[in-house]
Each structure stands twice: as C-alpha cells, then as structure tokens.
Design a protein around this ligand. Structure first.
Ligand code: PPE
Length: 306
C-alpha cells in the first residue's frame, strides 16, 4: 500500500504530504549519507503512546555521531517534533520515520558542503511480515550475502547506506520463495534479519547474537530480553552458528516494524513444531500487551502523545 498521511515535518515546518519533496541531487540519494529511525506509536488504554521514544531518538543521534553529522536540533526538540507530527496527522497508531541526511548543494563524496536536513514522516503501518506470520511464523532463508561489518560499514549506525545490504538479502529470499532472509556475519555466525534481530530458544533458554556479531542494537531486542527475563527465562547473548538455528526449539525475530514474529522454517528445515513456539508466544503476547499500556511494569517505555 502506498504511504499516505497529511503532513511531514521538514526542517522545523509542517509541510503538506504532497509537497514533502527533495531535490534529485540530494547528497543522501546518491551516496547513502543519511541516518534514520523506525519507531511505533500504539493506541493504549490511556491514549496514543510512542514506544521507547527517548531510546530511539538517542540511537538516531548516536548514528549521526558515528558519521560525525552535526544535528541542528537537540534530542528533546526531535522528541517534541515527533509528537507534534503525530498530532498534526491525527493518527492514533502509526509508524514514525525520522531521517537526518545530507541535502542538496554540492555533488561529490565530501558531504560537508551540503546542509544537514531533518524530516519526520508518520503513517499507519500494519504487520510487517503479515498477520499470518505473527501467528504461525515466517519461512526464512540464510542469505548468501553476509551482513556488513564494523570494518566496512558500522552496523550499529542505522544508516541509509546499510540498507542496500538488507535489500539484496531480502530480494534473494523473496526470489527463492521465502518470506525473509537471515544474514550471517563475516565469520559465518548468525547476525540478524535484514530489518530484524533474531532469537532462538533452546532447552528453555533464550539466546540471541551479541553486539559483536554485527547487529543493529535493536530496541525491540532489548525489550524482548527484559520481558523474557521478567517471565523467568534465562537470556544469553552469544554467537549462534547456523546449524544451531536449524536445531533450535523455537526462533523469532524482533523489530519495530516486525514486532515479535515467530520463525517456523529456515532453509527447508522445520523449526520446532513448525509453528509459533510456546516461549515465543509468551514473549510476543507480553510485548503486545505492554505496548498497548496493559502492563504497569513497562509504563516507563510509553511516551504519551498528549
Ligand atoms: N536490525 C536491523 C538491520 C534493522 O533494520 C532493525 C529495525 C532491527 C534490527 C530491529 O531494531 P529495533 O527496531 O530497534 O527493534 N528495522 C527497521 C526498518 C524496517 C524497514 O523495513 O524499514 C524497523 O523495524 O523499523
């Protein structure tokens, strides 16, 4: 479905959706010189709330810092602008996409002569890998493409350029009739999905690759780790070789867009029972309750729009 909303926040102004345009010579369009975030706002029992807004904006600023981009706004100003954009679009629940990028002035690799532009778009975005994927799980292919590496492009910066690596893995998976890709790092160990972190469950333990595996430090990953621990499960951050994924009892993805999505098959191997596993289901249902404000313990993660 094409994205549609009423207004986009651009460099401090609320611009009608159809006018939210950039020049074709925008530096970031040619060289991938942008950093962005993906955030969700949920309808809760007490009104609309942005999930872990401060953490997402912090990561946005950290991504900019990695690339020495000087953001012309403070984190507080961006948080405020995000809420204003949601209000202007009269949306109760939405996906939020702030982006900081080198704009239009001079071409060539040196970005420094270009302005640093900031925009925030919001739109309704349903399930990422399908309603059925959330219930039954998705089928994945381990990509022939490796995940970018800190020595090549820092995966902890959520930079636009990184996503060509994600796109090529996604296309390959779709071409092979799978729903989603899983990428390994240069050591052949499981890293993540093209837009999700990954977890496996083995003998009741919840395991996920560590920072050093070449992952984006997912905020949903962090939330799932807390939830799993609060539910009484042991959570271990350690490397996962690909064969261990095949023999896992359960597996699932986490991400702002993907939320908590079970994985039911990897490279033709059925994971566990071939459907959503019981521990995955517990973490998933706790997650969906807490983002909707139904769990007092996690109120601290909700930032109310009004
Ligand atoms: N790894 C990657 C590579 C990634 O892009 C995401 C988010 C995650 C892990 C999970 O991070 P977090 O959202 O903080 O839990 N991917 C975003 C973009 C998806 C897209 O298709 O666009 C997202 O989920 O918003």
């Amino acid at each position: 479905m094409p994205v549609k909303a009423d207004f986009v926040w651009m460099n401090g102004k609320m611009v009608p959706f159809a006018d939210a345009k950039v020049h074709v010579l925008t530096h970031a369009l040619h060289y991938g010189t942008g950093v962005f975030e993906g955030i969700r706002c949920y309808e809760t029992v007490k009104g609309s709330a942005v999930f872990r807004l401060k953490e997402h904006v912090k990561r946005l600023f950290n991504s900019a810092k990695i690339y020495s981009m000087k953001v012309p706004y403070s984190e507080e100003e961006i948080c405020k602008a995000i809420k204003e954009t949601i209000k202007a679009n009269k949306l109760n629940a939405c996906y939020i996409r702030p982006i900081i990028y080198y704009g239009f002035s001079e071409m060539g690799l040196n970005p420094l002569k270009n302005p640093i532009d900031v925009s925030i778009a919001v739109w309704p975005w349903g399930t990422y890998l399908g309603e059925e994927g959330l219930k039954k799980g998705v089928r994945c292919k381990i990509s022939s493409w490796c995940r970018i590496d800190s020595r090549i492009l820092p995966p902890q910066a959520k930079a636009t350029a990184n996503y060509m690596n994600s796109v090529i893995a996604k296309l390959e998976a779709l071409d092979c009739k799978y729903d989603e890709a899983i990428v390994t790092n240069l050591n052949g160990l499981i890293a993540e999905g093209p837009g999700e972190n990954i977890f496996i469950v083995k003998e009741g333990k919840v395991i996920t690759p560590p920072a050093g595996a070449g992952i984006l430090f997912g905020i949903t990953r962090d939330s799932a780790i807390s939830v799993a621990r609060d539910l009484g499960f042991e959570v271990i951050e350690r490397d996962i070789p690909r064969e261990e994924l095949f023999t896992a009892d359960e597996a699932f993805f986490t991400g702002t867009a993907a939320e908590v999505t079970p994985i039911r098959e990897v490279d033709g191997r059925i994971i566990g029972s071939g459907s959503r596993g019981p521990i995955t289901e517990k973490i998933q249902s706790t997650f969906f309750d807490l983002v909707k404000g139904k769990n007092k313990k996690y109120e601290k993660w909700l930032d109310y729009v009004k």
